[in-house]
Ligand binder design. Structure first.
Ligand code: UN1
Length: 514
């Protein structure tokens, strides 16, 4: 977010050097109404400008919604298996260009190449899986209560959808929203994360190559206040699907409520791994490293709390800290790098602020890390040392608030019930995990952990596209993306009654003689 805010109007010199990108409206790549641009900066090297992107406003949103409106009837009437055929083509294009898209994603977003490869792969998986729904989109039939009468239920598209996506999964998350919206027969306007506009453009270019008709998918680049807000408040937008911060999500929910819009929210997390005393400690340490520091901790699902049994606390923390100290931080394009930079200056400051809170206000023990890296090439970007706090009490701010950076907090406990209370006692409820060899403990934890996702002997990250994704409490508003459950976001049910008795039959009133 702030990276785009830092963006300046560009001078003539940089206009010639840096590649320019456009909005996609009604099947055309177009400038924004203002004709202004913002710069997309590489977080590993802030001198590297990835491109300039249109600084858009309400006027651009209005045009995009108009385009989505004109395409709506035709797309809705296109048989779902035919819509799906185009999406299968899209999946093959994404596969073909996976390496290129991954490299470009690392350059604009920072996470390491293996992970950007995973991000594009998640978009591919989502596209194949969800396109399959084109030949299912099941409804149901059910008996009617009167003779010679038929009852059934079908899904219908909701209309024009506004999709607002974050920076941390620049292709996967847009695909989670876009592909189901399309297979269900909706048309869309996307506002991509302003820190990662290129990856969304790569997705949309691929849609266009696959043959998605003009106007079905539209993309408007720019800031939340200038593009997101007019999108949420446009009278012809029927549904908003948003992934991002809890604060922004709450504002969007309020605005949608006032306009009677459907809204699906995917927001923060404060996910925890429980490590029991019988756990395979080495496996738990590896899982914790991956869960806490993958994507530099910038996942909604990040393992930002490690809740560890007192009997193995010392052994676990020593091994963990020793491994964390050896993590190689650097430019994600370097194959040896394990942890990339964080997304922008504001994120870096927020994370460093929490590290300070952890030490001063919370008085937790800083076991390793804690600083911005500034020597040599590190000075060029937003690099923070992987950081571990130990002896964290569950109610400390670092144990409660979402930090969204390479910081994790180790919290000791004595009984499984106590651990479960610690995990559940935060305002979020996205993902949780338990390491144990005991089948009874694992099933009890699966039952009691109040999160949308729960793992056994694995970290809190790594959700697969064919299972529902989302969280309880402050994480969401009851919807689930991915799986087939996402269809409930992007369709509304229509109940159909067919009376072939040839006479008036009154439900709830007529008696049927048995
Ligand atoms: C997110 O952080 O918002 O389960 C999405 C995972 C990924 C998706 C994370 N498949 O960690």
């Amino acid at each position: 977010m702030a990276k785009a805010k830092e963006a300046k109007k560009l001078n003539k010199k940089s206009e010639t050097r840096v590649q320019t990108f456009y909005n996609y409206i009604g099947g055309e790549w177009v400038k924004s109404a203002s004709g202004e641009y913002f710069e997309n900066i590489n977080p590993a090297d802030t001198k590297d400008v990835v491109g300039r992107f249109p600084l858009s406003s309400e006027e651009d949103v209005n045009r995009a919604v108009e385009a989505a409106k004109s395409a709506a009837t035709r797309w809705r009437r296109t048989p779902a298996p035919k819509r799906a055929e185009i999406l299968f083509r899209l999946a093959r294009i994404l596969e073909r260009d996976k390496d290129k898209f991954s490299r470009e994603m690392t350059r604009e977003m920072g996470k390491v190449l293996k992970e950007t490869g995973g991000d594009v792969q998640e978009a591919i998986d989502c596209t194949y899986f969800t396109a399959g729904e084109g030949r299912r989109l099941h409804g149901f039939t059910t008996p009617a209560e009167m003779p010679n009468k038929f009852a059934m239920c079908v899904r219908q598209p909701v209309g024009i959808c506004g999709l607002i996506t974050p920076f941390n999964f620049p292709m996967a998350i847009p695909s989670w929203k876009l592909i189901p919206a399309l297979v269900c027969g909706n048309t869309v306007v996307i506002k991509s994360g302003e820190d990662v506009p290129l990856s969304t453009i790569n997705l949309i270019k691929s849609c266009s190559e696959a043959g998605i008709p003009a106007g079905v998918v539209n993309l408007v680049n720019g800031h939340g206040a200038d593009v997101g807000a007019p999108l949420v408040n446009h009278k012809d937008i029927r549904l908003i699907s948003f992934t991002g911060s809890t604060d922004t999500g709450r504002i969007i929910a309020e605005q949608c409520a006032n306009q009677n819009k459907i809204v699906s929210l995917e927001m923060g997390g404060k996910n925890a791994i429980i490590v029991m005393d019988d756990a395979d400690i080495d496996n738990a340490v590896e899982g914790s490293l991956w869960g806490a520091f993958g994507t530099s901790g910038q996942r909604c699902t990040a393992s930002s709390r490690l809740v560890v049994h007192k009997k193995v606390y010392k052994k676990f923390t020593e091994k963990l800290v020793e491994r964390v100290k050896r993590l190689k931080v650097g430019n994600g394009l370097d194959e040896k790098t394990e942890v990339g930079p964080v997304i922008n200056q504001a994120a870096m400051e927020k994370i460093l602020g929490y590290i300070e809170i952890g030490q001063k206000e919370d008085k937790a023990t800083l076991a390793c890390g804690g600083n911005r890296l500034t020597k040599g090439d590190y000075a060029k970007g937003y690099f923070i040392e992987p950081t571990v706090f130990t002896d964290v009490a569950p109610d400390m701010r670092v144990g409660q608030e979402e930090i969204f950076g390479p910081v994790t907090s180790v919290i000791p406990f004595s009984t499984l019930d106590e651990a479960i209370d610690i995990v559940n006692n935060v305002k979020y409820g996205l993902s949780s995990a338990i390491y144990t060899q005991d089948v009874n403990q694992s099933f009890y934890a699966m039952q009691e952990l109040y999160t949308g996702i729960c793992y056994v002997n694995s970290a809190t990250i790594g959700a697969e596209v064919h299972l529902p994704f989302g969280g309880t409490k402050g994480t969401g508003n009851g919807h689930r993306e991915a799986g087939t459950q996402v269809l409930d976001i992007f369709t509304e049910w229509k109940s159909l009654y067919i009376d072939y008795s040839g006479k008036l039959q009154k439900a709830q009133i007529d008696e049927f003689e048995i």
